[in-house]
Design a protein around this ligand. Structure first.
Ligand SMILES: *Cc1c(COP(=O)(O)O)cnc(C)c1O
Length: 394
């Protein structure tokens, strides 16, 4: 068939560019050690930053939730799928980050991808006088949100607040929305949220903060980037994901109640989808307890010690460690094929590290993306350091 031949040719082009992506089947729970193809690997590629994904308390809460609510929600939130567990979770999440907002309310989503589509399209769709200002390294889901909204988008260069200020100043739009990751997912660095918020307040723009990698890991109580920077403003629209540090799944938006009510009424990615299983919301209540409590604090402290260990231990000359104090520790290699060879060589040694290529990152900036987790030991990280240092010299 003509169409299949064309698709095949496209797939072959991807292969020639070392851009084919493959999936590996994992036979064990997510954790520092995973079983793949009958081998045990030491994994540095999940976003389970606190090691909670296989925590017994969360697995037990999920089972308890299934006992209370069954398996599925059966409908969208606006029909009959909004369970008591979802409502409790939203109240808890509003408290969790509410100190940083005005009249806080939270809305739970099946995934962060959908939350971002909902925020951007819900706030701007159909508004001819809306403008979105988007940071160049933003996550794909934020970019897709602007596509769904069909709104006017201006992209400002990474961390270039002067460029953003000039765009805001020149804009005549009455609805202005600035959108940024807090922790950049492929670089690991932090956005200057205090400066961004000051600009937004000055120009009357909402600041949408995607804290997928900060929720649970940043701030003394794990409340995320807003706690880390001690921010408080009615201009903030906060998005946190619950499948990374929180160890379960889904995401939420927390903001002024008017913003949340707008999303409920207008955001199609919220309205036209079946609510996540209530048992997930029930398990997330247990996850929030862990995050805020002494165990969460202890796990965050251990994670920070592992980050410091990696920073001290890597001795790179050709490759480049990107400056990051977060659990995301990228090693820039550049070439796609060399990145894939490095990933394969580590894998041979039983070390599973993510390899990141275009279009996830810009051409010529392929990299290993090491992610650390509180589930790792110092010995695990020492094994990784030695392997990477030796590999780079070969
Ligand atoms: C993972 C991620 C998302 C998407 O969240 P999911 O819950 O995985 O859909 C959104 N934004 C950023 C920055 C992410 O890293």
């Amino acid at each position: 068939m003509e169409l299949l031949n064309r698709l095949d040719a496209q797939l072959q082009t991807l292969a020639q560019q070392s851009l084919v992506r493959t999936r590996r089947v994992v036979d064990s729970p997510c954790g520092p050690r995973v079983r793949v193809d009958g081998r045990e690997l030491l994994a540095f590629c999940s976003n389970d930053y606190l090691g909670l994904a296989s925590h017994p308390a969360l697995a037990a809460a999920l089972q308890e939730g299934a006992g209370l609510y069954g398996a599925g929600s059966g409908a969208s939130h606006l029909i009959s799928g909004h369970s008591r567990a979802h409502a409790q979770l939203e109240d808890r999440l509003a408290q969790f980050v509410g100190a940083h907002l005005e009249r806080p309310r939270a809305l739970y989503f099946c995934t962060g991808y959908m939350a971002n589509l909902a925020i951007i399209s819900g706030l701007t769709a159909g508004d001819r006088d809306a403008a979105i200002f988007s940071e160049s390294l933003n996550h794909a889901s934020l970019i897709d949100g602007t596509r769904l909204a069909r709104a006017a988008v201006q992209v400002y260069p990474h961390a270039d607040l002067e460029a953003l200020a000039a765009m805001l100043q020149a804009s005549t739009a009455s609805t202005k929305v600035v959108v940024t990751d807090s922790v950049f997912s492929m670089d690991g660095d932090l956005a200057d949220l205090p400066a961004l918020l000051a600009l937004c307040e000055r120009y009357g723009a909402l600041l949408v903060v995607d804290d997928a990698h900060g929720f649970g890991t940043l701030g003394e109580h794990g409340h995320g980037a807003l706690e880390h920077f001690k921010l408080q403003s009615p201009y903030l629209v906060y998005m946190g994901t619950l499948g990374k540090a929180a160890g379960v799944g889904g995401a939420f938006v927390a903001a002024h109640e008017t913003v949340i009510e707008t999303l409920i009424q207008k955001a199609r990615p919220y309205i036209f989808t079946t609510a996540a299983a209530p048992a997930l919301a029930h398990a997330l209540l247990a996850s929030l307890d862990l995050l805020e409590g002494p165990e969460g604090m202890q796990r965050r402290a251990h994670l920070q010690a592992l980050v410091a260990q990696l920073n001290d231990g890597l001795r790179l000359t050709r490759w480049q460690r990107l400056p990051s104090d977060t659990a995301i520790q990228p090693i820039l290699i550049g070439d796609n094929a060399e990145t894939m060879r490095a990933g394969a060589a580590l894998y041979e040694q039983g070390l599973w590290v993510g390899t990141i290529r275009p279009p996830t990152v810009a051409p010529g900036t392929s990299r290993l993306r090491v992610t650390l987790s509180a589930g790792h030991t110092h010995a695990d990280v020492a094994t990784l350091i030695n392997a990477i240092n030796a590999l780079e010299r070969m």
